[in-house]
Structure formats: C-alpha cells, structure tokens
Design a protein around this ligand. Structure first.
Ligand SMILES: C[S@@+](CC[C@H](N)C(=O)[O-])C[C@H]1O[C@@H](n2cnc3c(N)ncnc32)[C@H](O)[C@@H]1O
Length: 780
C-alpha cells in the first residue's frame, strides 16, 4: 500500500471516530453532575409505596443509594495468567493500600482546606466512566419510546486514555461533598466480591483526591486502565457480573446476547466460553446484538480485547431478530439456529444505577417504566422463541421497578402456558445477598395516579397502562419469588434484577417446524396497545425481513483452492488438520485484503448460512498481515491478536526464548541478535527472514503456576522486532517482574543517549512494510 493510501485510510478512521465522539458528546447530559442533587421526592415516595425493601430497611436503602458507587473489576479468568496477575495486584498494590491509610488521611485532610468546594469523585466514578457495562438506556419519553428511540443518561463514552472524566457526587442534602470529609479521606482496603468465583473480582472506594495524593493509587489506576485495554482485566460494575454467572455457560453452547452493547456482559460470556484455555477455538459461539449501530462499535472495542474467534457482532432490533439457520455438523442438514443460552439485558429505566449516574435523580419519573414495559416484553418474547428447548434464558435490568421486572416475567410465563419456568437459583452464588421477587405492586402514571388493578384504569389511559403491568393472584404458583433483586445497601452495590428461565417445550405459538419464524407476531406485538397478551390467538409467522447484501464489514472466507494459502501453509508449516477455509479477508481485492482473519468453525457456519439475513458488524480475529519483503518467501507475517487461536497448528517459524529475551524484545525497538541470549541468537541465525512466533514459558514462583507467553515478530537481517500492542507489552513485562513504565523510559533513554555503533539506522533496517502500525494501542 502506498503512503498516500495509508494516510487516507488513517484520516477516514479518524473522521469516523470523531463522528462517533461528537454524537455521544452531544448526548451527554449538559448539566454538570456536581449540580445534581441526590434527592427525588417522587422516586422516594414511589419505592416506599411499592415496598421495594422492608420498612425497617428503608433508611439504609436511601442512605446507600445517595452514596457514590465503588469501582469494580474482575481478572479475566480464561487467561492462563489470571492467578499470576491477581497475585501481582495483591502484592504490588493491595498490600500497600492496607497500610497507607493514615498517610492518605493526612493528605486528603490537607487538601480539604484548599478544595472544600470541589466535588468528591471516587475512583469508582473515574473508572466507571470507562466502564460501559451498565450504561442503561434511561429517561425514555413517552413519545420517543413508541418509535423505539431511547436516550442514554449516563456518560456512555470512555476516555480514550481511560482516565477520568468524572461524575461529581453530591451529598444527600444537595450540597456538594467536601473532598476532605471523613469518608473520602479514608483509604479503605479493597474488597473482594465473595460471591464471584475464585476471588477474581474486587471493589475499590477511593476519592480522586486520594488518587492524586497517593502514589500507589495513581499507579493502580493506570495499571487497571492498561490491563483492561489488553483484556486481562475487565472494569465492570459488580452487579453487572451476575447475569453471565447465572447463565451456566459451557464451551459448546450457542449463545445469543440480545441487547449487548457496549458489551461488558458479552465479554464476560466470551470469557466463560473460553474457560478451557487448552482449546482456543471451542465448539460454541456468542452472537452479540444491539439495535444501536454506534453502540455496536463500542462493543467491537470491548470484545476485540479478548481476541476470540468465536464471536460475531450484529446490529438488529432484538424484537425482530431474524431467524437464522445452521448446518448440523453431524447430519449435514440445514436447521433453524436455536440458542442454548440467551441473555436479555433489556433497555430499562436504569434507576438501579443512580449511585453511578447521579443524573437519574433529576430525570427519574414513574412513566419511564410504563414506557419500557412493552419493548421489554417483546425482547423477552423473541429471546424465548430463539431459545432451544432445554435452554436457559437470563432476563436482567438495572431497574428496581417491578413493572420492568416481575410484571414482564409473570406475563411471559403465563403467555407461554407451561413452556417456560423460573429456575431456583438460591443455591447458586451462595454469598450473593439477594431479595426475592415481589408478589404485589401497584402502577403509578406520570401524573401521579396509582392503580392496583387494570380494572381501576380509566378508559382513556388503557392504551398506555396495560393489563400485563399488574400482579395477578397466581404469583405464588408462578414462583415469582425466584426472581432476584439486588438492593444496594445489602452489599454496597448498584441495584439490579435477574430472572433465570428455562424452556421445557415449544412455545404455544410456535410449531416445532417453524419455531424460529421471522420475528413472530407474538414477539413483535407482545403487549402492544390493544393486545390482550395472555389470550392472544396463535397466529402464523409474519412476512420475512430481508437484509440482502447488507454487511458493514464484509468478509470473504477462503475457498479450498485459495491461491495464497499454499505459501503461507508451507512457510509456517501449518498442520494439515487446520481448516484454512476458516480464514477470511474483508475484501476480495485492495487494502482490506492485507489482513487475514480467522473465525471458529461454528461462526463460519452461522456466517455462511445467513449471509443475506444478518447485519454484520464484526467477526473474526486478525491472524496474518501482509508484510512483503524481497528476501522473504511468504508475504504474510503472524499477528499477535490471533496467535493463540492458531498457535497449536503452527509448526514452523517458532522459537522458544528466555525471559531476558522477552524483556529485551519488548523494551527495545528492534534489537540486534547480539543483544539476545546465546541460544536465541543461534536460533535466529538458523532461521530465514520473515514472520515468526516466539514462546516463553513463564514460571511464576509466587503462585507456582506456569503460563506460556506468545509473541509474534519479524526476524530481520541482523535484528528482531516483536509485534505486540502497547498494553500487551506492558502486561507481559509486568508478569516478568519488570515495571513497564520504568523499563520503557530507560530503554528510550538508552536509545537517545547512545552514540556508539550499537544503535544506528540499521535498527530499523528491515521492518516489513506496514509493520509499525501494529504496535499501537488502537490496533490492539
Ligand atoms: C442495558 S444496555 C445493555 C448493556 C450490555 N448488556 C452490557 O452489559 O454491556 C441496553 C442495550 O439495549 C439496546 N437496545 C435498546 N432497544 C433495543 C432493541 N429493540 N433491540 C436491541 N437492542 C436494544 C441499547 O442500545 C443498549 O445498548
């Protein structure tokens, strides 16, 4: 590719990003957070009346929701290095935080005199502005809901560098909290979320002032941002981690996440799918869907970090998600694609997030739940249609409101006439405190009128307030108590609602043969004004929706006789068992052909069967990039993103290296062979020029665990370069016991200060064309 073309591509990418940023910038609440008063009499009266918590708990509940939310993160469990990373976090940061309390207090007290009028902003908020997990869709006006447009209330956009664009927090009386009040001046020890498996998830509560004043906190903050970029940890609100845990995911499952953007739960699901790190391309797959095209791209960023070949991102209205087909590997026949697991994390009023999004205090109204009830029903209905018999669906919201929660679940159980039931999860996650589903509630309109039953609703309001919003006498027999409500004061979290459903037979309106009919009448109309919900006639499927030719990011799988494959196969000695028809390019010719991606068999199966039905956004992980060099027999080099997916099939161009080599290669731009260990030097000399994969078996004496570290690179004439993105470099260096910031600065000084023969123009003697881009964070 020529320089001009490259520049043009970069400009286009930048322009697209600017467009997205600009859109979301205008959607951010204009009112500064610090002005937000954490009070709303209507909210308080509403939930007191609903009996959302016992009367004896009410004050605790209210006090807690007025507090800022702690930040939470989890270590990515599917990575073989999880244990090592956790040890590192505890050793390098947490152990010091437990002992730095008194210093922190002094520091923040000092500051309090200077900054009494500044807002107290917790690390939770600075991190949460980059945690997109629970940016629920809130504040839906009555007019806008009917056409499906929703408006985000939270700060939905991460800072590109992961640093703070903080929400302010305000005291309960509405005055902004002083930076130096007792609470913000305490450095509380990090809290392990006991209910999360293997001690991998943690909560932190530190003010911005503390972060600024405390070196350990400052380092912890940038550490979390960096490790999160490289996919080794995920910053995610604690309660948002619950639904994927209750999905009981196995590596062979076909999984659908219906309202998935920005993708925190999808990422967690992918992580569980890859729980067996010995199998980089398991049988199952995950499809993440969202109706909002821009938010789908936020999801691309989230998911790419995990480098999974087993996912696909699509862009549909979940209430009308098209029916897909799948080729049965055993019989070779084409069948409707039904999912083993479905997540319906539906758009909701989001009042469970008011600790994180104080703006909700200002915008909250009882009408929001009423507006959302219909779309929530329709998403759930379509999800159940697409769920296989025997499969499990998890429904969740970050709303306290029974109209968005129990009412939707009860309505659907009745409508399904015994085909689904609520699963008893009381034995799962035993350390998680939860309240049982509510059996009675009332409906309040935006005008403040309360109704206990549909019969009380005046005729002129009946098209808006629907029968399905009310509890009925059979709540007990529906086991509605098996729903779970997480209330903030029980374990210092946000609010959340989860219901786990299992499908035991075909839905009444689905015949087994047409069970995935195009967005059936039921899901498309469930609880629409005028519908009677429970007694609806069984109707035939509606007309098919076609998306012929619509593909945002087209891809073309390799044919069996692909002309490039033989030279790649020969050069890297790909095993015969590797199915190269799982490889694809994004275009038949031109620029996009320079990268080759790999997807799992199952994803290829879905993609090939449904090419003209799905609005694809993204799939596949980059595994080879074009790197032409006159002295190299293969025009492609291996790419770091996809190396773990194909590593087991690559038998040529590999080399075992030592820890000292890893450090040298990651901290120096293009080190000469002479700077590597004798063994590695000699192996380099035996190898021809071109792409390669280097492997270092990291033996961690602290945890007694071993984990392989893979790095792709380029063997040049006299030097070697690695192609490892910035944050992954940092991660590997940390595992090797090296502080990346210090090491990289030292390396830079070494180069700058060098006048001798060692570092010359030959340092960049033979980088393959296009290579340098690969090490930037944006490409990770
Ligand atoms: C609560 S957020 C999802 C959060 C996400 N599950 C996560 O954990 O990162 C709800 C999402 O639903 C999407 N949404 C709203 N209406 C939808 C519809 N009809 N079909 C599909 N997605 C929809 C919104 O764009 C939003 O991204």
């Amino acid at each position: 590719m020529g320089k001009a073309a490259k520049r043009k591509m970069k400009e286009q990418r930048r322009a697209k990003k600017a467009q997205i940023d600009a859109k979301y910038a205008t959607e951010r609440p204009q009112k500064p957070y610090k002005d937000t008063v954490r009070e709303n009499a209507v909210f308080e009266n509403y939930y007191k009346q609903q009996g959302i918590v016992g009367t004896d708990e009410w004050e605790d509940f209210l006090a807690c929701v007025r507090e800022p939310l702690p930040a939470a993160f989890r270590v990515t469990g599917s990575k073989s290095q999880a244990e090592q990373l956790l040890h590192l976090i505890q050793n390098n940061f947490f152990s010091q935080l437990n002992t730095t309390t008194s210093k922190g207090e002094e520091d923040t007290k000092e500051l309090a005199t200077e900054e009494t009028s500044t807002t107290s902003v917790s690390l939770s908020q600075t991190l949460q502005n980059t945690d997109l997990a629970d940016v629920k869709e809130v504040g839906v006006s009555e007019a806008s809901e009917s056409n499906g447009s929703v408006k985000a209330a939270g700060d939905a956009i991460p800072d590109t560098d992961g640093a703070a664009v903080a929400n302010g927090s305000t005291a309960a009386n509405g005055s902004t909290a002083a930076a130096g009040d007792t609470k913000s001046s305490e450095l509380k020890p990090p809290t392990c979320l006991k209910w999360y498996p293997d001690g991998l998830a943690w909560q932190l509560e530190y003010s911005r002032v503390s972060i600024r004043q405390n070196n350990t906190l400052k380092k912890l903050h940038s550490f979390l941002v960096s490790e999160s970029e490289s996919g080794n940890i995920s910053r995610q609100e604690a309660v948002s981690m619950i639904p994927p845990l209750l999905m009981d995911i196995k590596s062979h499952h076909k999984i659908l996440d219906m309202c998935a953007a920005p993708g925190s739960k999808t990422a967690q699901i992918i992580e569980y799918l890859h729980a067996d790190s010995a199998d980089p391309m398991p049988e199952g797959f995950v499809i993440g869907n969202d109706v909002d095209n821009k938010r789908c791209y936020l999801m691309v960023h989230q998911i790419k970090r995990l480098q999974s070949p087993n996912f696909m991102i699509v862009n549909h209205d979940a209430t009308r998600l098209p029916s897909l087909t799948y080729t049965n590997e055993k019989t070779g026949s084409t069948e409707p694609l039904l999912f083993d697991r479905v997540l319906c994390d539906v758009p909701c009023s989001g009042d469970g997030t008011l600790r994180k999004n104080p703006e909700v205090w200002r915008t909250w109204g009882p009408g929001h739940a009423i507006n959302l009830h219909s779309v929530q029903n329709r998403v759930l209905s379509r999800g159940l249609e697409l769920l296989a018999v025997g499969g499990r669906l998890v429904y969740s919201t970050c709303s306290f409101n029974p109209i968005e929660n129990e009412a939707v679940i009860a309505n659907m159980i009745k409508k399904c006439e015994g085909a689904i039931h609520l699963v008893d999860c009381s034995q799962q996650l035993p350390d998680l405190k939860r309240a049982s589903g509510m059996k009675s509630w009332k409906v309040q309109t935006k005008n403040g009128d309360w109704f206990s039953s549909f019969e009380e609703v005046p005729e002129n309001k009946r098209s808006w307030v629907r029968p399905s919003m009310f509890p009925t006498d059979d709540m007990e027999s529906l086991n509605i108590h098996r729903c779970m409500r997480i209330v903030p004061h029980h374990q210092n979290t946000g609010g959340f609602f989860i219901a786990v459903l299992e499908k035991t037979s075909h839905l009444p309106w689905q015949s087994p043969k047409v069970e995935v009919s195009e967005a059936s009448t039921e899901s498309a109309q469930a609880d629409q004004p005028g519908s009677t919900t429970v007694d609806k006639a069984k109707e035939p499927p509606t007309k098919k929706v076609k998306y012929a030719g619509f593909r945002e990011d087209p891809f073309f799988y390799f044919e069996a006789d692909n002309s490039q494959w033989p030279s790649i196969k020969e050069f890297y000695k790909f095993e015969d068992s590797f199915d190269h028809t799982q490889l694809m390019v994004r275009s038949k010719e031109g620029e996009k052909k320079r990268n080759i991606y790999v997807s799992s068999k199952s994803i290829k199966n879905v993609a090939k069967n449904n090419e003209n039905k799905i609005k694809y956004i993204n799939t596949g992980v980059k595994v080879l990039a074009r790197s032409e060099h006159e002295m190299c027999k293969c025009s492609y080099r291996l790419v770091q993103d996809g190396i773990s997916s194909v590593d087991q099939f690559v038998h040529g161009r590999r080399m075992n290296i030592e820890k000292a080599d890893v450090i040298e290669l990651l901290t120096q731009e293009n080190p000469f062979f002479s700077r590597l260990t004798p063994n590695t030097q000699s192996n380099m000399l035996k190898m021809d020029m071109g792409g390669l994969v280097m492997r270092y078996l990291h033996n961690d004496s602290n945890t007694g665990t071993e984990s392989p570290i893979l790095m792709t690179g380029w063997r040049g004439k006299t030097s070697c370069r690695v192609y490892v993105p910035k944050f992954e470099r940092h991660h590997i260096l940390r595992l090797c016991g090296v502080d990346p910031d210090k090491a990289l600065i030292d390396a830079e000084w070494a180069i700058k200060g060098k006048t001798g023969p060692e570092i010359t123009a030959a340092d960049v003697e033979d980088p393959p064309k296009d290579g340098v881009e690969e090490v930037t964070a944006t490409d990770s």
